[in-house]
Design a protein around this ligand. Structure first.
Ligand code: SF4
Length: 497
């Protein structure tokens, strides 16, 4: 059996997608490759790059990891000074090559390519309507809706057509578009998913412009971050420079706090703030909210590391690497025999006896989804000699699914939606359990409740969800009715500031 043990038993919310765009560089495809490589954590199912050669769109995409897909010869088939790229983990649409992005269309506005991070809550509704009017979709991804709407727009210019398309869609989207002579980027009015822009020196030429989901993509290519694409903004990069247009102003924002809790790389700056700093601040508040006498603070690598550092700093308890991670476990891991299957989390993490033996351990992780991994880690630490294991979580209990581009288990599989904290503690066999409060998390995040999406913790969805729909494809068929009904009941339109 092969499996991605990063999310063993899907005991983490899974990353969504990452997008990258570049205009005005002779090595556009190579730089897109590096940008995607830096954002591999945002999607491991497929990756793709599209360039404008001057005559046509050149497209290379495949299932798999960025480094496995692109080699020198493949990148050589992507000439041009402008490119967009995408890494995907499917949140809607099946996991198959047809759904890999960027998606390319020939339209009456010329060839267009799009890469999308997020999830549209009204994609099914628009798709049904367009299909009834004769549109033929070639993928099951909600991203294709953008291109259909743009192709049908009476506006002849790409920006006008995009503006019209964006007026129809609702949900979370950070998109990059490649047209004949330009790269465009846009972010939904709530700014749920990140998107940031920067500039890159090109010897003897004007600076190139770049746009990416995370600033870690800029660091690898030595680009200078400039600013976020604002919620409700379209940015156009072309030979004339950079132009900006607003298509939705003054709405309440909904920055995904989970980007700072878990998804984004700690070396990125997201929504204008260092992810590492946020995680450290979560850990510091957690230590104040749930102090415990202990000998050592141990992070769950890698996601708990900065929060554990903050916990250790605030509590004065020593920080120690009591768990080590095998960094070479991935999709290619093959469990050799049925008789020795179920290595589970041990393949990925192991306890360090000399660090935890005889110690009262504070184990810090970013979240508990199903609880199965936490239980295995507590057992592992105790088997390695820890005298006590106190679990501390740097976010509140996750009780709701995400509808904005994050793959989450069904609500009934989220342990905190069904069990009280003491029951979870008993299930994971920890000596104590403490979660960061919602107020504490928002205070450390630094964006107020009216600027933040915290729906998987609070149930407050910043973009109203669609009406209950038994055909909904966000969840597999048998759970669609239940999920839509539950979510409709929980959804409250978000207040405006
Ligand atoms: Fe992020 Fe959770 Fe909101 Fe989804 S529901 S956008 S994961 S905070």
């Amino acid at each position: 059996m092969a499996g991605d043990l990063r999310d063993e038993g899907q005991d983490k919310f899974r990353d969504e997608c990452g997008v990258f765009g570049i205009f005005g560089h002779p090595d556009a495809a190579n730089l897109a490759y590096l940008g995607l490589y830096a954002m591999q954590h945002r999607g491991q199912e497929s990756a793709g790059i599209v360039t404008w050669t001057g005559q046509r769109m050149a497209v290379e995409k495949q299932m798999g990891y960025v480094a496995d897909i692109f080699d020198e010869s493949r990148l050589a088939r992507l000439p041009g000074h402008s490119a967009i790229g995408h890494v995907r983990y499917s949140t809607t649409g099946e996991s198959r090559l047809e759904n890999a992005q960027p998606i390319v269309y020939n339209t009456n506005k010329g060839p267009l390519a799009i890469g999308h991070n997020g999830n549209l809550v009204n994609a099914d509704e628009i798709r049904r309507e367009l299909e009834q009017e004769g549109s033929i979709f070639t993928t099951s991804s909600d991203t294709e809706v953008f291109l259909h709407l743009m192709a049908r727009s009476r506006r002849e210019d790409v920006v006008g057509a995009l503006r019209e398309a964006l007026a129809r869609v609702r949900g979370a989207y950070s998109i990059v578009l490649l047209a004949r002579d330009r790269v465009l980027a846009a972010r939904d009015p709530q700014g749920v998913r990140p998107l940031t822009m920067g500039r890159l020196k090109v010897p003897g030429q004007p600076d190139a412009t770049v746009v990416a989901s995370e600033t870690c993509a800029f660091d690898l290519i030595d680009a200078e971050p400039l600013r976020d694409v604002e919620p409700g903004e379209i940015v156009v990069f072309d030979a004339g420079g950079t132009a900006s247009a607003s298509f939705a102003m003054g709405q309440r924002t909904g920055f995904c706090v989970f980007e700072h809790v878990y998804f984004a790389r700690p070396d990125s700056s997201i929504f204008g703030k260092s992810v590492a700093d946020s995680r450290r601040a979560f850990g510091q508040r957690l230590a104040r909210e749930h102090p415990v006498p202990a000998d050592i603070v141990v992070p769950v690598p890698d996601s708990g590391m900065f929060a554990a550092l903050g916990f250790a700093e605030e509590s004065g308890i020593r920080y120690g690497m009591g768990l080590v991670r095998n960094h070479y476990v991935g999709r290619t891991f093959i469990e050799p025999k049925q008789s020795i299957r179920n290595f589970g989390v041990k393949v990925k993490l192991n306890a360090v006896r000399s660090v935890v033996g005889g110690k009262r351990v504070v184990l810090v992780d970013d979240s508990i989804v199903r609880g199965t991994t936490s239980k295995k880690l507590v057992r592992m630490l105790k088997a390695a000699g820890a005298s006590e294991v106190h679990m501390r979580i740097s976010s509140p209990p996750t009780v709701n699914p995400c509808h904005y581009g994050i793959d989450t288990p069904r609500r009934k599989e989220l342990i905190a939606s069904a069990k009280a904290i003491e029951e979870i503690r008993a299930f994971i066999e920890a000596d104590s359990l403490g979660y960061l409060s919602l107020e504490g998390m928002l205070a450390a995040f630094g964006h107020g409740d009216h600027e933040t999406c915290s729906a998987c913790f609070s149930g407050r969805y910043p973009v109203p969800l669609r009406a209950p729909d038994p055909q909904a494809t966000l969840f597999p068929a048998e759970e669609a009715g239940e999920a839509a009904e539950e979510d409709a009941a929980r959804t409250e339109p978000a207040p405006r500031p």
